[in-house]
Design a protein around this ligand. Structure first.
Ligand code: FA5
Length: 338
C-alpha cells in the first residue's frame, strides 16, 4: 500500500473518532510498535536504493501529519466535552450562597489589643521582647541573685543550653531601660512560662503585660490611678480593686493588686478560690539596684512597674470560670469571640 493511501486512511479514521478512548486505540493502531505508519518503514529496506531517500521522507511526513491530526482531534474532543457539560449544567439561583468561613480573634488577643490601645492613648509605647531569656535579664538584673529564695516563686523551664523560658515579662524592664533614653513610658505584652501545676486559675503558659514608667519623679499614687484607669476601661465597667503589700525583689515598695471577682461578684467561687478576690497583678516602685543594672542612676531617675496576667482578665471580662478553656485551643470555645 502506498504511503499516501495509508496516510489518507489514518486521517479519515482520526476524523471519525468520537471519544478519547477511541483515539487512544487509534494511536496504538497507527503509531504503535506494530502500527500502520510504523509498518511503512519496513518498505524502505526492500525499495531500490535510489527510492529509499524519497520514501523515507514521505513516511516521516505521513507520521508527522498523523501525529498532528491526533493531537488536534484530542483537543477538539476535550473542548467539546467541557462545552457540553457547561451547556448541560443547571444552576439553582435560589439556593443560599456559601459564606466563607473566617477565623475569629483569640480572647487573649482581644484583651491585649484593648490594653495596648488604652496605654497608647496615655502616651505609652508598645514594645516586644524575647520569650527565651538569659539568667541575667530574667533574674540577676531584677535583683534576684542565684540562690535567692525568690527564684522558687517562679518555677522555671530551662533550656538545655542554660537559657530560661521567661517566667515573667519583667526582663523587658531591663531591656527597655537599657535601650530607651529616659523619661519614657512603655508596655510590653507577651507569653510567659512556668513549671507549675495546672488548675482552674493557673496555666503553665500564659500571657502578661508589663507596664513601666521612668521619670525623674514617679509616685505610687500615679501608679494606682493608672491601674484603675486600665482595669475599668478594659472591663468596660467599674471594678473594685484592693492593694496589699507584696514581695517582688525588683520593686520597693511592692504590692499585689486584686480585683473583686466578677464571676461571682465577690461571693466566692472556684476561680477566686472562694475568697471573692482574684490576684490580677503585681506592681511597685522599681528597686534602685534594678535601675543600676539597667544603667540608670537611682539618684536621678525613678520608675514604677506592674505586671498583669491577661488570662485572668479574659476570664473576668467574659465570665469564663476555668483558665484551661482560654489556652485549650478548642475551636467551639474560641469561635464565640469576634
Ligand atoms: C510577676 O510575674 C511579676 N513579674 C509582676 C510584677 C511586675 C511585679 C512589675 C512588680 C513589678 P506574679 O508571679 O504575681 O508576678 O504574676 C503576675 C500576674 O500574672 C498574677 O497577678 C496573675 O494575674 C498572673 N499569673 C501568675 N501566675 C499565673 C498562672 N500560673 N496562670 C495564669 N496567670 C498567672
Amino acid at each position: 500500500m502506498s504511503v499516501e493511501i495509508v496516510q489518507a486512511d489514518a486521517l479519515a479514521q482520526l476524523a471519525a473518532a468520537t471519544s478519547e478512548a477511541a483515539l487512544r486505540e487509534l494511536e496504538v493502531a497507527l503509531l504503535g510498535k506494530k502500527g500502520a505508519i510504523t509498518e511503512l518503514t519496513k518498505m524502505i529496506a526492500t525499495a531500490p536504493p535510489a527510492e529509499r531517500g524519497p520514501l523515507g521522507k514521505a513516511i516521516n511526513g505521513a507520521k508527522a501529519a498523523v501525529t498532528q491530526a491526533l493531537e488536534a482531534r484530542r483537543s477538539a474532543l476535550v473542548e467539546g466535552a467541557i462545552a457540553a457539560e457547561l451547556a448541560d449544567r443547571r444552576f439553582d439561583v435560589t439556593l443560599p450562597g456559601r459564606s466563607p468561613s473566617t477565623g475569629s480573634y483569640h480572647p487573649v488577643s482581644l484583651v491585649q489589643e484593648r490594653l495596648e490601645d488604652i496605654f497608647v492613648a496615655m502616651g505609652f509605647r508598645v514594645l516586644d521582647f524575647y520569650e527565651v531569656e538569659d539568667d541575667f535579664h530574667n533574674f540577676e538584673a531584677l535583683n534576684i541573685p542565684k540562690n535567692h529564695p525568690a527564684r522558687d516563686m517562679q518555677d522555671t523551664f530551662w533550656t538545655t543550653d542554660g537559657l530560661v523560658m521567661r517566667t515573667h515579662t519583667s526582663p523587658g524592664q531591663i531591656r527597655a531601660m537599657r535601650s530607651i533614653a529616659p523619661p519614657f513610658r512603655a508596655v510590653f505584652p507577651g507569653k510567659v512560662f512556668r513549671n507549675e501545676a495546672i488548675d482552674a486559675s493557673h496555666e503553665h503558659t500564659f500571657h502578661q503585660l508589663e507596664g513601666l514608667m521612668v521619670d525623674r519623679e514617679v509616685s505610687v499614687a500615679n501608679l494606682i490611678s493608672t491601674l484603675r484607669i486600665m482595669l475599668s476601661q478594659v472591663m468596660e465597667r467599674e471594678v473594685t480593686i484592693r492593694l496589699r503589700p507584696g514581695y517582688f525583689p525588683f520593686v520597693e515598695p511592692g504590692f499585689e493588686c486584686d480585683m473583686q471577682c466578677l464571676i461571682c461578684g465577690g461571693g466566692g467561687c472556684r476561680v477566686c478560690k472562694h475568697s471573692g478576690w482574684v490576684e490580677t497583678l503585681g506592681c511597685g516602685l522599681v528597686h534602685p539596684n534594678v535601675l543600676r543594672h539597667a544603667g540608670l542612676n537611682p539618684e536621678e531617675w525613678q520608675a514604677w512597674a506592674f505586671g498583669i496576667g491577661l488570662s485572668r482578665l479574659v476570664m473576668m471580662r467574659y465570665g469564663i470560670d476555668d483558665i484551661r478553656h482560654v489556652m485549650g485551643g478548642d475551636l467551639r470555645f474560641l469561635q464565640q469571640f469576634v
